[in-house]
Ligand binder design. Structure first.
Ligand code: NAD
Length: 354
């Protein structure tokens, strides 16, 4: 039986497919943008310039200084470019770092954003912006930063390296997994999550086995990543995200890699208390034990499956559990010290989730 629920949706215009970047001129016209400033990282400057020129866009300029965690100093520099060029909107070409810069600009001047994501991180579907100043990251949620138009072009993801594809994809899957049993879970989010995990996990399995330039695998991966990103934008989180926030925030562990290692263990912890979500996960992955299945995909891709490989000191396990228990997130299974220490000990050693 379906219980009463509340469902919210974020507005978005989404163009999906192969070669879709060629639709950018008409999409800019729909937005009323005549002088877009192109944003990218330095690493993707050439790829962005070539793709946008090939699509026939006349731009107001290109700022290729996007950086991880959206430093406010970089945003100020980009804003100076925006104003000097008399731009009237941004094209964010890249992953979460570049999309974050576009959002930070929109936060300050309401610039319309056309986003072309090239990773599976999913920032394009959320109203969240995280910014860094004086070594501290502040996150806020406001509809002001939601991108107006998102063009997913599968062709642009073919260059994403195998390991980054898998860790970025696992991070996306984690959002969908927890959306199914977070406090604001609802049947619509569960549908999106199941379909997102089905498409993305099957694609990651193929990409992990080496099919990095296979257009079918990349199409499934980007489609699944979009749905999982929608879960991130609309859904809640639970134990898995709490552990990753503690490990990242207090011990400096890298974001997507930490999610990849912790997810199978956090899922195994919650499994006995979320039978409906587990049934969906079994259907989505085609595996009797979804937690083990996700662990195996990471192993196949040769990415780290042990926290010790990320240089986390072993004596941090107890401290990480203490911090988790000090200010816990909602979780469907009560948080108990001993099982949590066992969970992190398994994640530390990289043993199969139990
Ligand atoms: P990223 O944007 O930092 O990209 C990592 C590197 O990969 C960069 O050098 C980039 O240029 C390169 N790259 C991107 N796409 C490529 C491709 N197709 N081929 C080759 N190289 C490519 O990494 P990310 O994981 O996409 O984003 C991480 C950032 O996004 C973090 O700061 C995270 O906090 C943020 N994020 C924010 C939200 C949100 O809702 N606000 C959601 C997810 C992630």
């Amino acid at each position: 039986m379906i219980e009463a629920f509340t469902f919210l949706a974020n507005p978005a215009r989404v163009i999906f497919g192969s070669g879709t970047i060629l639709q950018i001129v008409e999409e800019l016209a729909l937005l009323g943008v005549k002088r877009p400033l192109v944003l990218s990282t330095e690493f993707q400057a050439k790829a962005a310039a070539e793709a946008i020129e090939k699509a026939g866009v006349e731009t107001a300029g290109h700022f290729a200084g996007a950086a991880m965690h959206t430093p406010v100093s970089v945003t100020q520099e980009a804003l100076a470019h925006y104003e000097a060029a008399q731009a009237d909107g941004v094209i964010s070409f890249g992953g979460g770092s570049t999309i974050g810069l576009g959002k930070a600009i929109a936060l300050r001047n309401n610039a319309p954003q056309l986003v072309i994501p090239t990773t599976y991180a999913g920032s394009e579907m959320t109203a969240i912006v995280g910014q860094t100043e004086n070594d501290r990251k502040h996150t806020q949620t406001t509809p002001k930063v939601l991108p107006e138009t998102v063009i997913y072009d599968v062709d642009l993801t073919l260059t994403l390296p195998r390991a980054m594809s898998v860790t970025s994809g696992m991070n996306a899957i984690a959002h969908a997994v927890e959306a199914m049993y977070a406090q604001n879970a609802n049947p619509i989010l569960s549908l999106l999550a199941e379909e997102g995990i089905r498409a993305l996990s099957s694609a990651l399995d193929r990409i992990a086995a080496g099919a990095t330039d296979n257009i079918d695998a990349r199409t499934d991966a980007l489609y699944g990543a979009w749905l999982c990103a929608t879960c991130l934008g609309l859904g809640g989180v639970a134990l898995h995200h709490k552990l990753c926030h503690v490990l990242g925030g207090s011990f400096g562990l890298p974001h997507a890699e930490t999610h990849t290692i912790v997810l199978p263990h956090a899922l195994a912890y919650n499994a006995p208390c979320v039978p409906q979500a587990m049934e969906r996960l079994r259907r989505a992955t085609g595996a009797d034990n979804p937690a083990s299945h996700l662990f195996d995909i990471a192993k196949r891709a040769d990415v780290d499956v042990a926290l010790k490989a990320l240089d986390m000191p072993k004596d941090c396990i107890e401290r990480a559990v203490d911090i988790t228990l000090e200010n816990p997130y909602f979780n469907p299974r009560p948080l108990e010290r001993e099982p949590l220490v066992a969970l992190l000990a398994n994640a530390f050693e990289g043993t199969r989730p139990q």
